[in-house]
Design a binder for this molecule. Structure first.
Ligand SMILES: [Zn+2]
Length: 357
């Protein structure tokens, strides 16, 4: 953990400032190469002290949080509810099996955040729910200074990337109790994550509060088919517009798929992780069969990605779906004006980019 991060952190329990407790702290001097597009303030040292092990103490009533293996941990283990613990474990387990960072990550990131490449250099960015950090690495590559934030141990896959990266920070904690000061990020993005918390709207509000006035918030969540009126006005991707004349049928199929999926999930969220992973193997195989693949939860061309994406759909205890009308209300409610809406395929993926006024 770099000292610089401390200025952005706040106690998740009482919002007070945090300071490093000197007792038992282990530090390393990381000699960091200054890369092109660096955003560290003028006068900052070219090497920065890195806290490897230690403790953060809040200036309020003295809440304490460990820094282990370079990462400040804001997880009161003993009080984690079982569903939150299950969410944490399923994503931690899953991402360790993900076949690395794919070439397509950057393309997906550019489309889904809806922020052009020139919008990233020099920005202080929150990756809210970074998982194993696929998109963290893209945002870094684009020249941003990134705080990668996640509940699960998948985040720890980024630790080896800390060396030589003065623009990368890792924080482990809960999106419903984010350990940051309000209004500090130029950009916050959350790609397909908020619906896996126990309360999507609340996770949205808490993330939105971290964005500076004039800053950007990009979010997408799983879509709910909702009424036909809502469904038929969803923004379709250009390669799917041929479906327009068949929309009533498409709407019925999406609803049927949702009901089947919710029925399956009554069982799958209760299965031991290893058993569920085995169950997803035949689903991944079916994902290569024309037409049949739309009955599974991933039609990705890579078998291992399909396997993990099926698991990703069936494992998490929380998986809420939302309409674009709901998401827009959340943006409006937090004082954001919506700049862009994400176009998607048959199954709605509700995404928006907003600017805080
Ligand atoms: Zn506190």
């Amino acid at each position: 953990m770099k000292r610089r991060l401390l200025a952005w952190l706040a106690c998740p329990e009482c919002s007070a400032d945090l300071r490093c407790s000197s007792a038992g702290a282990a530090r390393e001097e990381l000699h960091l190469a200054r890369g092109a597009g660096s955003v560290i303030a003028p006068g900052a040292a070219s090497s920065e002290e890195e806290l490897r092990e230690g403790e953060l103490v809040c200036a309020g009533v003295g809440h304490r949080f460990a820094v282990r293996d370079h990462v400040p941990r804001f997880l009161p283990q003993a009080t984690l509810k079982s569903a939150v613990r299950q969410t944490r474990e399923s994503f931690g387990w899953e991402w360790q099996r993900y076949p690395g960072s794919l070439d397509e990550d950057r393309d997906i990131f550019m489309v889904e955040t809806q922020i052009p490449a020139e919008g990233w250099p020099g920005r202080i960015v929150l990756d809210a729910g970074c998982g194993m950090g696929r998109y963290t690495l893209v945002a870094l590559q684009l020249g941003a200074e990134v705080v990668a934030f996640d509940l699960s141990d998948a985040l720890l896959r980024l630790i080896p990337r800390l060396g030589g990266k003065e623009r990368l920070h890792l924080v482990q904690g809960d999106l419903l109790r984010p350990p940051f000061k309000p209004g500090i990020f130029d950009i916050a993005y959350s790609q397909g994550v908020l619906h896996h918390t126990s309360d999507t709207a609340s996770a949205f509000r808490r993330t939105a509060a971290l964005v500076k006035p004039g800053g950007l918030l990009s979010v997408w969540v799983y879509g709910f088919p909702g009424s036909y009126r809502s469904f038929s006005s969803n923004p379709l991707r250009s390669d799917r517009t041929w479906l327009r004349p068949f929309l009533p049928l498409v709407w019925a199929v999406v609803w049927a798929r949702l009901l089947v999926s919710d029925f399956l999930r009554l069982l799958t969220v209760r299965l031991p992780i290893h058993l569920l992973y085995a169950f997803c193997f035949p689903l991944a195989a079916l994902g290569a069969v024309p037409f049949v693949k739309y009955l599974t939860f991933s039609a990705h061309p890579n078998f291992r990605v399909r396997w993990i994406e099926n698991f990703d759909w069936l494992a998490p205890p929380f998986q809420y779906k939302h309409t674009k009308e709901e998401l827009r209300r959340w943006f409006d409610g937090e004082g954001f004006s919506v700049l862009r809406q994400l176009a998607h395929g048959v199954v709605p993926k509700v995404g928006m980019l907003g600017r805080r006024s």
